[in-house]
Design a binder for this molecule. Structure first.
Ligand code: UD1
Ligand code: UDP
Length: 395
């Protein structure tokens, strides 16, 4: 059996553009796919069709307009406290219908969410080749993070183009038997977007006082419940140092909000907010001193702005950021988190070494590399006539 679904060049009708269905549904997918959509729009012969699954609503919709993403479909699948199985059923059914209607040449998915998995699976059912952005991340523990680790392993089985953010991620895919010719190391598109926003100089920091800024985000399913309660208690202790302001933009998940609001509302030196607009969030990131997070995207963004990160998880699928010294994997034990946070705030040499560690996630040209590669494989009949494969120099 071939290791690869749909190997070889994609044959497209030379009289119409190559149609790439870009599937997204959550906040990080919008952030990380916006540069790819922009690059597809700018490339000759491509037509991106953005399919919003609607897995997120309030957290996604403002992001779409901020990032100038125009969607062709909204499947509106989000339900309050959605269960994974019912969410998956709604996604697969809705995506299958849209793919049959649109008949794209390629389906492009990103990362490891339920929308990602269902986008790839629905494409496979319709026999459409899949491109996977941010491929090859592995924690090595199949149910941590839950369910993302399994999602991304399954997506790799369905994928034709594996766009890996780092050499290490690319090597992991090849170690799983994916042919080297189908793995492309591009950098992470999250950096493309961050540099795009920072260059424009937009957004306002949400820190309110002149105290030392600690930016916190928490949302992972495996951290919900007692773990999150214990972490909230640690944040309370940290706030009582007296010299910091903790800014915590809360995820919309009720499982997160109940715990954080219950423990931290009305506490002096703690600013609990609704999810921040992306421009304001990145401005707050630039304005803070230290980041505590269980988010994937935030730990990728912070080193680009020279902000040390304490990762509030026990496993990581981004070991590069720990290896460069930009982040520490501090686990979920409240006492340990407290010690590590105080060390970072009180030890200038440690702080300096983490802040100066290089970002392992690329140079801001990941999206261009992705589109260039797709152009090489999808538009060959056109390219031989009146077009050319875009190279980095063209962007
Ligand atoms: C999802 C992804 C996770 C990603 C995260 C990014 C899965 C299984 N999980 O987790 O990988 O890191 O998004 O944020 O795909 N809600 C709202 N409004 C919103 C968004 C969510 O009310 O705009 C509430 C709903 O009650 C929803 C719940 O949050 O049921 C959980 O949302 P869901 O997408 O299932 O999981 P996340 O925890 O957001
Ligand atoms: N983000 C945002 N507003 C916030 C918190 C995060 O715009 O209040 C952005 C952040 O810059 C990053 C992305 O959301 O690009 C990360 O999303 P999230 O933490 O929800 O998901 P994960 O990356 O863990 O999958």
């Amino acid at each position: 059996m071939s290791q690869l679904p749909f190997p070889g060049p994609v044959s497209t009708d030379p009289n119409r553009p190559v149609r790439v269905a870009v599937v997204l549904g959550t906040r990080p997918e919008a952030v990380k796919l916006a540069p790819v959509v922009r690059a597809l729009e700018a490339a000759p012969r491509f037509e991106p069709l953005v399919i919003n699954t609607g897995q997120h609503r309030e957290m996604l919709d403002p992001m779409l307009s901020r990032l100038r993403l125009t969607t062709r479909h909204n499947l509106d699948v989000m339900r309050d406290r959605q269960e994974l199985s019912a969410l998956t059923a709604r996604l697969i059914e809705g995506l299958g219908e849209v793919l049959r209607q649109e008949e794209p040449d390629v389906v492009l998915v990103q990362g490891d969410t339920s929308s990602t998995l269902c986008g790839a699976l629905a494409a496979f059912y319709e026999r459409i080749p899949v491109a996977h952005v941010e491929a090859g991340l592995r924690s090595g523990v199949f149910d941590d993070p839950f369910p993302e680790e399994l999602n991304r392993r399954l997506v790799s089985k369905l994928t034709r183009w594996h766009f890996a953010p780092t050499e290490q991620a690319g090597a992991l895919l090849q170690a799983e038997g994916i042919p080297a010719d189908n793995v492309f190391v591009t950098g992470n598109t999250v950096i493309d977007n961050l540099l795009w926003v920072r260059r424009r100089g937009v957004g306002r920091s949400a820190f309110r006082t002149g105290r030392r800024g600690v930016l916190v985000t928490l949302h992972r399913r495996e951290n919900q419940g007692d773990r999150m309660r214990a972490m909230a208690a640690t944040l309370l202790r940290l706030a009582r140092r007296g010299d910091v302001e903790i800014l915590l933009p809360m995820h919309r998940s009720p499982a997160v909000r109940e715990v954080l609001e219950g423990a931290l509302a009305h506490e002096p030196h703690i600013t609990l907010t609704e999810p921040l607009d992306y421009f304001d969030f990145t401005a707050s990131l630039a304005d803070c001193e230290v980041v505590l997070t269980d988010s994937g995207g935030v730990q990728e963004e912070a080193p680009s702005l020279n902000k040390p990160v304490l990762v509030l998880r026990s496993t990581t699928e981004r070991p590069e950021v720990v290896a460069t010294g930009a982040a520490r994997l501090v686990g979920t034990d409240p006492e340990h988190i407290h010690t590590e946070a105080n060390n970072l705030l009180d030890d200038p040499a440690l702080y300096q070494s983490m802040a100066e560690a290089p970002s392992p996630f690329g140079d801001g040209y990941a999206a261009q590399r992705i589109v260039t590669r797709l152009a090489e494989d999808c538009t060959a009949p056109l390219l031989h006539t009146d077009s050319h494969v875009p190279s980095l120099a063209d962007w």
